[in-house]
Write a protein that binds this ligand. Structure first.
Ligand code: HH2
Length: 259
């Protein structure tokens, strides 16, 4: 799943693809690089991000989805039902939902749905995140939502532990460590670690300064490779060509768990 943020403020590619033609060009480039799916988003969910209006988000994503859908499977990264509806009408066939609440939209439109775990909202999620047992809480949350969606008639339901969404570095690492248990629960798993700040902190340089976004490819690739080996059926990445190479290698090792 290649990431395409049609936003001015996403944490790693904000502003680069706000222009329609540049977004389309990048989307097609990711297809050429081997992406099976392009995830189009019109609202940043980085820590502290402020929401945008429904009309503005629709204006950003709908023309890009409309132009990309004939070439590749498209998902829409949104938490707004009306934006999801408009995106599906434009050709998206998967609703990537960081709020894990839009399954009724997926059910009524006959499209797939991703249930991701987040603590609170992007504006507040990194304010002192605490859990009794992060792995158990995230797992029971996403599985409960996934079962509700399946009961409502959604035929394709994914679960996602929501790396970086209201989690400390250690909590993110615990979730990655315990990914095999989530993958064994019966729903396909998608994982997004790409360029996230915990990778910057883990690669901190002298004096503890986190590695900047452009230096997080090694962490992005090693964690997405780990996720694939641990049973994730899809990884959400910015650097598609590198991730496809890693995925090919993982496939050729023969170590991928049987699904
Ligand atoms: N991460 C981001 C956004 N959407 N969706 C899923 N399913 N899983 C994720 O881990 C995930 C996601 C955040 O990354 P990005 O889109 O690059 O940044 P921003 O939210 O600032 O636009």
């Amino acid at each position: 799943m290649g990431v395409l943020n049609v936003t001015p403020d996403s944490f790693s590619d904000g502003g680069r693809y706000l222009d329609h033609d540049r977004a389309l060009e990048r989307g097609l480039e990711m297809v050429a690089e081997g992406a099976d799916l392009v995830d189009v988003g019109g609202e940043s969910s980085r820590p502290g991000a402020q929401p945008v209006s429904e009309a503005e988000e629709r204006r950003r994503v709908v023309p890009v989805i409309d132009a990309l859908a004939p070439h590749v499977r498209v998902s829409v990264d949104t938490v707004k039902p009306a934006v999801a509806e408009a995106a599906v009408a434009a050709g998206a066939t998967l609703v990537n939902d960081i709020s894990a609440s839009l399954w009724p939209v997926a059910a009524s439109n006959g499209v797939g749905w991703v249930a991701m775990h987040m603590r609170g909202t992007p504006a507040t999620m990194q304010d002192d995140p605490r859990y009794g047992d992060v792995v158990a809480e995230v797992r029971s949350f996403v599985l409960a939502r996934a079962h509700r969606a399946a009961e409502a008639g959604v035929g394709e339901v994914w679960v996602d532990p929501g790396i970086g969404f209201g989690k400390t570095v250690d909590q993110n690492l615990s979730l990655l460590h315990h990914l095999p248990e989530l993958a064994a629960a019966g729903f396909p798993v998608v994982v997004g670690t790409s360029r996230k700040s915990f990778l910057g902190r883990l690669a901190a340089r002298d004096g503890g300064r986190p590695a900047p976004v452009e230096d997080r490819l090694p962490g992005s690739l090693s964690t997405s490779t780990w996720a694939m080996l641990a049973g994730a059926a899809m990884v959400r990445v910015h650097d598609v060509a590198a991730a496809v190479q890693a995925a090919t290698l993982v496939g050729e090792t023969g170590l991928v768990p049987a699904s």
